[in-house]
Design a protein around this ligand. Structure first.
Ligand code: SAM
Length: 241
């Protein structure tokens, strides 16, 4: 492992806005902040929004700066990327944002029923061969339902047209979900110029744009788990890859 990565991992340990429990601490066990993020971490009762697969946390940071009456939590397994988000939040004194280093597969251990009001999923790995690993698969949506408020909004921004179409199909088939917006090219539609949140660009988004890939966006609400059955779960991998 490179020296820079090791230095970041070491510095991560001192960040008060970064939570990085071990796999054993949260596998089939509740994190100590479950149900208490408002009281223990943010010290207010504002709604909490998640960014899943946040990487360096561009969305979490940008949203936290724009919307001071909400709290944001970015989640990713990659410690060196989270370092960037957590460090920027500390340097710029952005107090309504925190980060969690964990596998999203374990997300139910972190949040209590109705604790979360909204989710952003920003450029997740499309997982063309492994449906169960897609962050918008029924397996993951069922996990999110354990802690989302009824009617919560989920946003998906991706360069992967297959993932966009796959997710849209699930939303349209599942009785508990409602499609609110679907855009297959945010620069052609002009959405990136009119919606300040859609205009935020992440590290990966810049790469995909430089490769000429269209960026897509989906917004949907989710209320109940009616309509879709999921296969039994496998034990998630414990290590950062
Ligand atoms: C393509 S990157 C996008 C990062 C960032 N959102 C961006 O747009 O620059 C996908 C991110 O999702 C994270 N990720 C994918 N699956 C995950 C999982 N099951 N649990 C935690 N993080 C995951 C990866 O570590 C990676 O940082």
């Amino acid at each position: 492992m490179g020296k820079n990565k090791l230095r970041r991992f070491e510095e991560n340990k001192s960040f008060p806005n970064l939570f990085q429990p071990s796999f054993a601490e949260v596998y089939q066990k509740d994190h100590p902040n479950k149900g208490c993020w408002s009281r223990k971490v943010f010290k207010n009762n504002f709604p909490i929004v998640l960014e899943l697969g946040c990487g360096k946390g561009e969305y979490s940071l940008a949203m936290a700066q724009r919307e001071s009456d909400k709290n944001f939590i970015g989640i990713d397994i990659k410690g060196a990327r989270l370092w960037r988000g957590a460090k920027t939040a500390l340097e710029e004194k952005i107090e309504n944002v925190a980060f969690i280093r964990t596998r999203i597969d374990l997300i139910e251990s972190f949040f209590a029923p109705k604790e979360i009001s909204e989710i952003w999923i920003t450029f997740p790995d499309p997982q063309p061969k492994k449906e169960k690993k897609r962050l918008t698969s029924p397996a993951f949506l069922n996990k999110y339902l354990t802690f989302l408020q009824p009617g919560a909004i989920i946003h998906l921004k991706t360069d992967s047209r297959p993932l966009h179409d796959y997710t849209r199909q699930i939303v349209e088939e599942w009785e508990g979900m409602r499609l609110l917006e679907a855009d297959t090219n945010i620069s052609l539609s002009g959405r990136q110029n009119t919606d300040p949140l859609i205009a935020v660009r992440t590290f990966y988004e810049e790469i995909f744009l430089s490769e000429g890939k269209p960026i897509t966006y989906l917004k949907f609400s989710i209320s109940t788990r009616q309509g879709i059955a999921t296969l039994p779960e496998e034990k998630p991998e414990s290590e950062e890859s």
